[in-house]
Design a binder for this molecule. Structure first.
Ligand code: SF4
Ligand code: SF4
Length: 392
């Protein structure tokens, strides 16, 4: 383990922990998922144990998943995205370290890095992942892939990333959708190839927009051909006013009423594919709900933001969830959270019907002992070799 630094910054990352994996020669087990007991323990440590603790400990704020916004800058400009502002400085090393230490003292053991584009400072992220993995966190790295060069993959995989979420919306770039697959194809191939020896998983994260419906299908087939899963969002306008957001008018990505039938067709196609065995993180029920959401007919759901999920902004202040990044309400800061159940409950009466936050829906759906036990039994039947199915 790297020694602590006296100045409160992140320690230098150790690299490589496993030099033998750096070879480009074939490696035993390449192409086949085999999780070691250590990897299975890390997944249980990340998800199951914090869930149980959150059920038995007194109080309401017991985070299971924390989103750490290390950046708010981005190297792209997706026209639906209000989650970046290139004037905002990235998180300091001291704050990143302090955040991980604080989360480590809580129930939380799942750390999702967030941006902006997380890999704008790859050495910083390498140190951060190495530090958090040493403390036992299950780590999720989302990226648009443009900076995911092979040596960065090796750094982060060797340090202990559990999942790479590769966000792409189109096969080739198109108006308003620069997050495309072909520009990052060589990095994708390397990422997929190396996943088995390091033990991380990869999935494609796809936002369903008005102008990418064919791409959604093509990307789904690409993921399936490479034996990785997909995760879908349905494009939405910002919940809160975002003064820095420039694309509210004439946005080619927003779904209009006249596009709904075409989107329904894609959702039905995805449901068929999932039922025929394609790996997807969204349940069939959840995909079907996207039709309701698009029509403004979403029913209230069991949102657990501010109780079991939390975001840490680049300046160390807290909020319950990603859609509330720009909210001005004071929910406290790292080390001094101020979440109150009554305030959250009242707020959710208005935002829950307009919010399709995928992670919070999953946490809300899964925050149920019967579903957790059922899901764990399903994994046990498969010897905990990778994630089988979703929580449906
Ligand atoms: S790559 Fe991600 S953070 Fe950057 S503009 Fe696109 S959606 Fe937003
Ligand atoms: S419903 Fe959505 S916006 Fe409201 S608190 Fe939950 S995650 Fe946040």
């Amino acid at each position: 383990m790297a020694p602590a630094t006296a100045n409160g910054r992140l320690p230098e990352a150790v690299f490589p922990h496993r030099p033998e994996l750096l070879t480009h020669d074939p490696w035993p087990g390449d192409g086949q998922r085999h999780w070691t007991p250590r990897q299975i323990y890390r997944a249980m440590h990340g998800w199951a144990f914090p869930y149980v603790k959150s059920r038995v400990l007194p109080g309401d704020f017991h985070p299971i998943v924390a989103y750490l916004f290390t950046e708010y800058k981005c190297n792209l400009d997706c026209h639906y995205c209000y989650s970046f502002d290139n004037r905002v400085k990235g998180m300091s090393e001291e704050l990143a370290r302090g955040s991980i230490d604080w989360l480590h003292d809580s129930t939380c053991r799942v750390l999702a890095l967030m941006g902006g584009e997380v890999l704008l400072r790859p050495k910083f992220v390498h140190k951060l992942v190495d530090y958090a993995a040493n403390k036992g966190f299950w780590i999720y790295v989302p990226t648009n892939g443009r900076l995911l060069q092979p040596h960065v993959i090796d750094w982060l995989a060797d340090a202990g990333v559990s999942t790479f979420n590769l966000a792409v919306d189109a096969v080739d770039e198109k108006p308003g959708l620069p997050k495309a697959f072909n520009p990052i194809r060589p990095y994708f191939d390397y990422l997929v190839k190396k996943q088995y020896r390091y033990g991380y998983t990869v999935f494609l994260n796809i936002n369903i927009c008005r102008n990418n419906l064919d791409d959604v299908k093509q990307l789904t087939e690409i993921a399936h051909a490479n034996a990785i899963s997909t995760d879908y969002h349905i494009n939405e306008m910002p919940l809160l006013e975002q003064s820095h957001f420039k694309h509210l008018e004439n946005n080619p990505t927003y779904i209009r009423q006249e596009d709904q039938a075409a989107v329904d067709e894609v959702l039905d196609w995805l449901i068929d594919k999932q039922q025929s065995g394609y790996g997807m993180t969204n349940s069939v029920e959840r995909l079907a709900q996207m039709k309701q959401f698009m029509r403004g007919e979403l029913e209230p759901w069991n949102c657990r933001a501010g109780q079991n999920t939390v975001i840490i902004r680049v300046d160390g202040t807290l909020a319950p969830c990603f859609p509330m990044y720009s909210a001005t309400y004071d929910w406290g800061a790292v080390g001094s959270p101020k979440f109150e159940t009554a305030q959250l409950r009242q707020m959710k009466q208005s935002c829950e019907r307009h919010c399709f936050s995928t992670l919070n829906h999953i946490v809300g759906y899964c925050y149920n002992d019967r579903r957790v036990i059922h899901w764990l039994l399903k994994q046990a039947r498969h010897g905990f070799q990778g994630i089988r199915g979703n929580f449906e």
